[in-house]
Design a protein around this ligand. Structure first.
Ligand SMILES: [Zn+2]
Length: 89
């Protein structure tokens, strides 16, 4: 069994909620590793956003996030961490 949970890199995803006015706030999300993109979006990213949104706007009943921005800088795949440092050569 690999124990990658604790060493998993985090990325910062921004989201907006039109219902309560959260605008492009950022939340830390475990970076995608080997799972399918859809799987990661549904079971990792959406959960992290849902938790953050519920904490930030406990009275907001919206279950729909109006905008999600996933960083791509330095990442080699959707949702991936920035694994390739900027070349200095
Ligand atoms: Zn909201």
């Amino acid at each position: 069994m690999e124990t990658t949970t604790n060493s998993r890199q985090m990325i910062r995803v921004k989201y907006s909620c039109a219902s309560c006015g959260v605008h492009r706030t950022s939340v830390e999300v475990p970076a995608r590793e080997n799972e399918d993109v859809a799987q990661w979006v549904q079971s990792v990213m959406a959960v992290s956003i849902g938790v953050d949104h519920a904490a930030r706007s406990p009275r907001c009943k919206s279950r729909t996030i109006s905008e999600v921005m996933i960083p791509t800088t330095g990442a080699d795949k959707i949702g991936g961490a920035g694994v390739q440092p900027v070349s200095v050569s």
